[in-house]
Design a protein around this ligand. Structure first.
Ligand code: ATP
Length: 884
């Protein structure tokens, strides 16, 4: 018998579990041991050896190794061994950089791993999807990815989209009855939900019957074991640039070799020098350092509560010019408290804050209790048409579920109503809330088997569906005046930044068919709740900072226009001449009409998720780079279409998380701002080390080229060139990736996403610094050498030291877009330490006698150092004054 042929009891018996209790932890452990984690094994691991060997597959490194072999054959053992050692150390460095990048990427993946709701030992818990075992009871809500193959035992209008399995993109309705037929295709197993398919509506509960590779998805996944590595646009640009740079470096090196040979140097010497120079000058490490910088930045973002799902998102973050953010939960606390109640045509005020159940009802300053007409009923209905539960954790009241629902429970508790009231009522049918319908309904049966419908939702959704109104003395037909009163009450509440929610009821007969269209009309309007949802503390500041950074903040909300306007004003988001558009107005506009005015719009109110796509498109057409937040299933298309899709870590659904490139762990708008600062900083850091590496390389090549043109001996020998490359390119370049942002990073406008690698004078800076570093080194060499062959080693030591020191000073120059003097050099401790360690290594090859013959060095005195430091500081200091 297949799972879909069994009824719920049979499934329970077979898997030794009850839907009421869930599995015991002991059973879970046993099953985990037996079946393993609930994961699709779709990734092959690349062995560490392969990663290590890959460091040597570069063409020029291979040529260098071959050249070393020749040196060995010519019995130049010292040179050969020294070069080999340097090449290996370089290989290790590359290996560690790559490992670091891999590890942080793996960590990222782990952080964004999906979770699921399971019932174990009678308690609902949120656990990582991989910890699910066969027999677990799981709850699936709209927006969730189904975590395993489950046999459904409860379904509230549950629909799933199974295109990944069946190719059919229309959602399928699910039920819970057993199906007698045999050999059913996946799409016909309507009482089953399958791993990795998406719940698009409703909710349900099911028993897990298949996990990991034993699921329908697993069978497909086993057929396509692939690993895919995506590159970010910048990595791609750099890879393209790398090819050009290799060509240029090789051509210049060839010139050096040709001139050298022409000037009478031995072919062997020039060949080895040429190959070493090529190895040093080709920035082969650039892509790896970019990945390291990206992932280091990503880790810093995690510490600030932002998880980047796609590395390319980091680059785009720095270009964002508009942030469209949901109001509820992102700009506000999402901690709803009922502050006012409108019923019987009058308004009551409610005291108390947050979810604390202490508070009272007042009417004209007089305390009222549950004998106030209709009040108790209204609160009871609010509790019944509800999904949340109130819990006490660590002495504090917290809500499990939707905060809007939670507020109604707290309001009922303030009147003395307890949850046990619910025991007298049974929910027979539920039509869940979604932002499209803006309402939720339940069909309830009481102890006398009487049925009635309760609907709560946005007043605009309820009023047109109400024909009666409840008054002090009972129900009566709704009059024009009643509607007018209600609209005034709604306006009044919204003006005080309160979120408005209406509630209504309707008696039903037992043979009414239970569909939302046939039931949700001719209702009796009971009353209105006005709820406070305070703005988050740090949002106002973040909006100001974004404004300074040339980024516009836009509020998008399903709430009433007036509520939205009031909160936007509290947050300083809406300037005096700023516009507020509502969903209706949006409907009547084409994208191009919207585009014409969109720069003046700061708030979109009473919009549905569908409008978000239109908003994104209009901003993009206007040339903006748009960051868009979202949490529900229907937000996914807009999130996907935006340049930076942002989802909510706490309240977001799996679907939006998967569509997004950034997840906010704390759902907070201010975190977007922190992520943007970090995104800008990461890009700036990448610019910093591109500038550093390339200027250093230009300097290295030029010193050799000028020397050959001027018919001089080699100012640097091959081991020295390789050593410079190893010591200066390694740690200092990585330390630049850890640099803090410059103070004015949020005072500049957003970056143009189409700007090239060398934009904003980077090209000029690289060439000018490179020429100066090369010239300073050559002049130092000439002054020390003075044409005397006895001085050659001394001259080479001075040139070598000047080149290294010039680069180590230049690295501080690279930290700023302005000048070396504009930042405190000791701010970046990693950079200071890496420069110090490079200086120690330099001292070792100069002063440790056994190394002197290997590195062709000799002792330097105090005066030499003064001269060298003067020469090497010259390039950075000269430009320090020009601020270019
Ligand atoms: P955003 O996150 O976009 O700011 P929102 O919370 O303002 O979203 P929705 O969640 O779409 O917008 O809610 C719109 C309206 O629907 C609310 O103003 C309220 O009247 C009503 N509403 C909200 N939550 C519920 C609920 N759980 N049950 C019934 N009605 C609700």
């Amino acid at each position: 018998m297949k799972w879909y042929q069994m009824n719920a009891d049979q499934v329970e018996q077979k898997l030794y579990v009850t839907t009421k209790q869930g599995l015991a932890h002991k059973q879970v452990d046993e099953r985990m041991k037996h079946y393993g984690p609930n994961r699709l094994e779709s990734e092959k691991k690349v062995s560490k050896w392969l990663i290590f060997l890959k460091q040597f597959q570069d063409f020029m490194v291979l040529v260098l190794l071959a050249a070393t072999l020749i040196a060995g054959l010519l019995e130049e053992y010292v040179d050969a061994i020294a070069i080999m050692v340097i090449v290996f150390v370089n290989g290790f460095l590359g290996y560690f950089q790559e490992q670091k990048a891999e590890k942080s990427l793996a960590k990222l993946k782990e952080m964004s791993a999906p979770s699921a709701n399971v019932l174990r030992e009678n308690k609902w818990e949120k656990i990582p999807t991989s910890d699910i075992v066969i027999g677990d009871i799981v709850r699936i809500n709209s927006g969730d990815r189904v975590p395993a193959d489950v046999r459904l035992v409860r379904s509230n209008s549950l629909e799933t989209e199974e295109s990944a399995l069946t190719g059919e993109s229309l959602p399928v309705q699910k039920h819970t009855s057993s199906i007698a037929k045999d050999h059913l295709d996946v799409q016909d197993q309507r009482n089953m939900a399958f791993m990795n398919t998406m719940a698009t509506r409703g909710s349900g509960v099911g028993i897990v019957v298949g996990t990991g590779m034993d699921t329908v998805m697993g069978q497909i996944a086993s057929l396509m074991v692939t690993t895919e590595k995506t590159t970010t646009p910048l990595e791609h640009k750099l890879a393209e640039l790398g090819k050009v740079l290799i060509g240029v470096a090789l051509a210049l090196t060839a010139l050096v070799v040709l001139f050298g040979v022409y000037q009478g140097h031995s072919v062997y010497n020039m060949f080895l020098a040429g190959v070493s120079l090529a190895v040093a000058a080709i920035p082969e490490g650039l892509p790896a350092i970019v990945t390291v910088a990206l992932s280091l930045g990503v880790q810093r973002m995690i510490r600030k509560n932002a998880i980047v799902r796609k590395l390319s998102g980091v680059e785009t973050l720095g270009c964002a010019s508009v942030i469209c953010s949901d109001k509820t939960g992102t700009m506000t606390e999402n901690q709803m408290t009922v502050k006012e109640v409108f019923l019987n045509g009058t308004t009551l005020s409610v005291t108390g804050d947050g979810y604390d159940i202490h508070g009272d009802y007042f009417w004209n300053n007089d305390k009222v209790t549950n004998d106030f007409p209709n009040l108790e009923n209204m609160m009871l209905y609010g509790m019944l048409c509800n999904h949340a539960s109130l819990q006490v954790k660590k002495g504090k009241y917290v809500i499990d579920g939707d905060p809007t629902d939670g507020a109604l429970i707290v309001a009922a508790r303030k009147l003395g109503l307890q949850r046990k009231w619910n025991d007298h009522y049974r929910v027979v049918k539920e039509f869940p809330f979604d932002s499209e319908r803006k309402r939720m309904s339940v069909v309830v049966e009481d102890d006398n088997n009487m049925r009635f419908l309760i609907t709560k939702g946005a007043p605009e959704a309820l009023l047109p569906r109400s024909s009666y109104v409840m008054k002090k003395d009972g129900r009566r037909q709704m009059q024009y005046d009643d509607r007018k009163h209600m609209n005034e009450a709604i306006d009044h509440m919204a003006g005080k930044a309160l979120r408005t929610l209406a509630i209504g009821v309707k008696p039903l007969s037992r043979d009414d068919s239970l569909t939302s269209t046939s039931l949700e009309h001719d209702m009796t309007f009971i009353g209105l709740y006005g709820m406070m949802d305070p703005p988050r503390k740090d949002v106002k500041k973040a909006i100001h900072e974004c404004g300074d950074a040339g980024i516009k903040s836009v509020m998008i909300t399903g709430d009433h226009e007036k509520t939205a306007r009031a909160i936007a004003s509290q947050l300083d988001l809406l300037p005096e001449d700023g516009m507020v558009l509502n969903g209706q107005q949006l409907n009547n506009m084409s994208v191009s009409e919207l585009q014409d005015i969109i720069d003046q719009v700061y708030v979109f109110a009473r919009v549905t998720p569908e409008h978000k796509l239109k908003i994104v498109n209009a901003f993009q057409e206007k040339g903006h780079i748009v960051a868009m937040t979202g949490d529900g299933v229907n937000d996914a298309p807009a999130i996907k279409a935006s340049d930076i899709g942002i989802s909510m870590g706490e309240s977001g659904t799996d679907v939006t998380k998967e569509a997004s490139s950034l997840v906010l762990m704390d759902d907070n708008f201010a975190t977007i701002k922190s992520a943007i600062i970090e995104g800008r900083n990461i890009y700036e850091n990448i610019r910093k080390f591109i500038r550093y590496l390339l200027a250093s390389n230009v300097g290295e090549i030029l010193v050799m080229l000028f020397a050959m043109l001027l018919a001089m001996p080699l100012p640097l020998v091959p081991v020295q060139i390789l050593w410079v490359n190893l010591v200066t390119d390694g740690l200092p370049a990585m330390a630049l990736g850890l640099d803090e942002s410059e103070d004015d990073v949020m005072k500049r406008g957003p970056r143009n996403p189409r700007e090239g690698v060398f934009a904003r004078e980077l090209g000029f800076k690289i060439i000018s610094r490179g020429i100066l570093i090369g010239s300073a080194t050559l002049i130092a060499f000439m002054l020390a050498y003075q044409g005397d062959p006895d001085n050659l080693i001394y001259g080479q030591t001075v040139a070598f030291t000047t080149l290294v020191m010039a680069q180590l000073i230049h690295v501080f120059d690279c930290r700023s877009e302005h000048s070396i003097f504009s930042r405190n050099p000791f701010e970046n401790i990693y950079l200071v330490l890496s420069v110090l360690s490079s200086i120690v290594l330099l001292a070792v090859v100069i002063y440790w006698e056994p190394l002197q013959p290997i590195f062709h060095t000799t002792f330097l005195g105090f005066k030499d150092w003064l001269f060298i430091i003067g020469m090497s500081a010259l390039p950075s200091i000269l430009f320090g004054f020009t601020r270019k």
